[in-house]
Write a protein that binds this ligand. Sequence first.
Ligand SMILES: [Zn+2]
Length: 208
Amino acid sequence: MNSEIYKFTSFTTSNCYVLRPFGNEICIFVDLPPDLTEPLDYVNKNNLSIGGALVTHGHFDHALGMSLFPSNIFMNLEDEFLARNPQEQIAMFTNNNFQAEQFNGEIKDINEIPYQFIKSHHNPGHTAGSTSFEFPELGIIFTGDFVFKESIGRTDLKTGNHSEMISSIKNVFTNFNPDYEILPGHGDSEKVSIISKDNIFIREYIND
Ligand SMILES: [Zn+2]
């Protein structure tokens, strides 16, 4: 499949992906970190048109770029409150030195995503609305802060829930195609089969 994926890592360490699913001029963003200038420059330089953004969850390091984004934004609306109220999250990381602007634009629910080639998986635990986005034709899954290469998302922040995380791993992650590549919200990509074998958190919860 002739797809292209551009990965931009934010100063917050979160990943923003710009995906050209079929190698054409339409691109889709996955996650919108605060510093969105570089991925938007990439879009302009390559004369791409933006088909929308898939936001894996409402934390500011994945969603604060919403105010800079010129197209449709899709998110599980269980996380809309987090996305629209980032100040408390930001305060934890910056000693309240940074004041975020309130986002008043539209956020669409993931069931309004107009593309048949995207499958979404609700995997609560890190946040109530955490969602993975799968592109079966490309063999890739964007997991946000659900599953990383060597760890899993923390569950001690607002709407986080440890037992939901465990059941998401048992009921969602274990159904992922072992040959697919995980593209997480932080850090490097890795194959599902390798993560199942080498990620000690995943291994523990799958086997307990
Ligand atoms: Zn997060």
